[in-house]
Design a protein around this ligand. Sequence first.
Ligand code: ATP
Ligand code: MG
Length: 201
Amino acid sequence: MSGADRGQRHQDRMARKKALVDESIKRADRDQGLLLVLTGNGKGKSSSAFGMLARALGHGMKVAVAQFIKGRSDTGEEAFFRQQPGVTWHVLGEGFTWETQNLARDTETAQRGWAVAKRVLMDESIDLLVLDELTYPIKYGWLEIDAVLADLKARPAMQHVVITGRAAPEALIEAADTVTELGDLKHAFRAGVRAQQGVDL
Ligand code: ATP
Ligand code: MG
């Protein structure tokens, strides 16, 4: 095939592709508050959620974060985002269940945490809310999935919510608009590298 023929074929193929892309863009003509779930064993769930937080702030939107498991308050993202106007940041956890080793206390902590999250979910002024590591309190039975889903459903129509954490329950995936599973192909931790500042915390 001559160079000119190949050029023409490429142009035809791209024209067909453009028609399809244009058509699907035209079809997506609604705005709504989205429920996003970032799950899976791979690294990148929370950092992706914080990427959306930065995007929203760039547009002058008001955002909130509720962290469910972490008891620590020394992460780079918290230090950074707390300095930005328009950010509310709640640390609601006390650490992982194998650290606290107390079911009654974990349940109470999670329920208290959800009460805080629920207030944010009812706040019309919040445009985007990150519920970081919310899948764990559900998975361990500290929070009722039905109650969580009902409160999510009752939120303002244009409020976006991003939920992160491994093993997202089926009902949450069902209720979400956008779900991404991050896969663990390789992680430096298994080769003996501890969590690195700026990359992992
Ligand atoms: P990140 O906060 O880096 O986006 P994540 O939210 O996807 O990670 P979590 O399950 O919340 O992952 O774990 C939090 C911490 O564990 C982070 O320091 C992260 O780098 C690290 N981590 C994430 N995935 C793995 C993995 N597969 N093996 C070991 N450590 C991991
Ligand atoms: Mg995380």
